[in-house]
Write a protein that binds this ligand. Structure first.
Ligand SMILES: NC(=O)c1ccc[n+]([C@@H]2O[C@H](COP(=O)([O-])OP(=O)(O)OC[C@H]3O[C@@H](n4cnc5c(N)ncnc54)[C@H](OP(=O)(O)O)[C@@H]3O)[C@@H](O)[C@H]2O)c1
Length: 331
């Protein structure tokens, strides 16, 4: 099968087109013929070596955390899906930039939902991003109806999903920050009440909330943004840390300050969830596909590139210039 992978860690130039043997599903797994793969920032981290050196078969790693396609084979004991059924799949062990992937059936959900059949291309942008957004808002952020939310990197893959989900979960005001002014019009399409530039966001947010601040902050950036966000929490507010885009030194919060200020820092990581509570990822993926089929959310695909242009997709994400979701078309 055709795939794009890397033998050494490095810049986009290490990505190469490869011929690989098709994976055979192990017991409990499903093999999916991939139509579209979503591109995620974590795949850039994977390529750079932030998750270790390539250790896949033949010394090659194939990136790709989320796909949509059709079921082509079921491993022993894998039931509930049929050959030919359109599905979306989260891939905790990567592998999505390829014609066929195999993954645990607990991470695979049918596009045929009770609200109708979800669109194959749109569905490819959901399996990593939406369970992440659900986990950040509901589990780590403990969002309750009427509470106000601030979403940093408001128009990235996770940010775009979180804005829409926050509405579905009954949030009050939804604020966002972006790195550059040209992203503000796109953010407005996602339903944000107000969007600020990251530079100077703290003063503006304090002003529009009359000094109260917000109940939940979603922070994939870290460093000073995380520290400032903590100061902007309303009583019992939560900052959810889930990324390190700014590549800042790890910052240590003072328990004394949290205690004295009625503030909480929470963390979310989908990889840990895949190991320790995999069924929750399947539940959230199924719910996201139902919302997509019902027209209540969109995956916000802004560009679809052929598999051979995976390096271009990485460049767009790595420079922070992308907005919404970028897909790779595999067929
Ligand atoms: N913990 C988890 O389980 C989990 C799961 C999925 C993703 N993530 C993390 O969430 C973050 C976003 O992922 P994504 O797939 O949504 O990414 P994405 O679509 O590439 O969006 C990332 C956005 O981050 C912003 N950004 C801020 N600083 C940046 C920097 N130094 N370099 C590049 N972009 C920067 C950019 O927008 P602005 O400049 O407008 O802010 C960019 O559009 C990543 O850190 C990823 O690792 C974590």
């Amino acid at each position: 099968m055709r795939a794009v992978g890397f033998r050494i860690n490095g810049g986009v130039e290490v990505l190469e087109e490869l011929e690989r043997p098709e994976p055979v599903p192990a017991p409990g797994q499903v093999a999916v013929r991939v139509a579209f793969a979503g591109v995620n920032f974590a795949e850039i981290q994977h390529r750079r070596g932030e998750f270790g050196a390539p250790d896949g078969p033949g010394g090659v790693d194939i990136p790709g955390l989320e796909v949509a396609g059709v079921v082509v084979a079921l491993g022993a004991g894998a039931s509930g899906l049929e050959i030919g059924e359109p599905v979306a799949a989260y891939l905790p062990a990567f592998g999505g930039y390829a014609e066929v992937v195999a993954t645990d059936i607990r991470f695979v959900r049918s596009l045929r939902t009770e609200a109708g059949e979800a669109d194959l291309a749109q569905a490819a942008g959901l399996p990593c991003v939406y369970p992440t957004a659900f986990g950040i808002l509901k589990d780590a952020g403990r969002l309750r109806a009427g509470e106000d939310v601030l979403i940093h990197s408001a128009v990235g893959g996770v940010g775009s999903a979180a804005a829409q989900l926050a509405r579905q979960l009954g949030a009050g005001r939804v604020y966002g920050t972006v790195g550059s002014a040209e992203k503000i019009p796109y953010a407005a399409e996602l339903g944000y009440d107000e969007v600020f530039l990251r530079d100077g966001f703290a003063e503006q947010l304090a002003e529009v909330t009359g000094g109260r601040g917000v109940d939940v902050v979603l922070d994939p950036v870290g460093g000073p943004i995380r520290e400032q966000s903590l100061t902007l929490l309303a009583p019992f507010g939560r900052v959810v840390a889930y990324g390190d885009l700014g590549r800042h030194e790890q910052w240590t919060a003072s328990v004394w300050d949290l205690w004295k200020g009625n503030r909480t820092i929470a963390g979310f990581n989908i990889g840990d969830l895949a190991r320790r509570a995999p069924e929750r990822i399947g539940e959230y993926l199924a719910e996201a596909l139902r919302l997509l089929a019902a027209g209540r959310i969109r995956s916000g695909v802004t560009q679809t590139l052929p598999l051979a242009e995976a390096a271009k997709a990485h460049q767009l994400l790595e420079t922070g210039s992308g907005q919404g979701k970028i897909l790779l078309s595999i067929t």
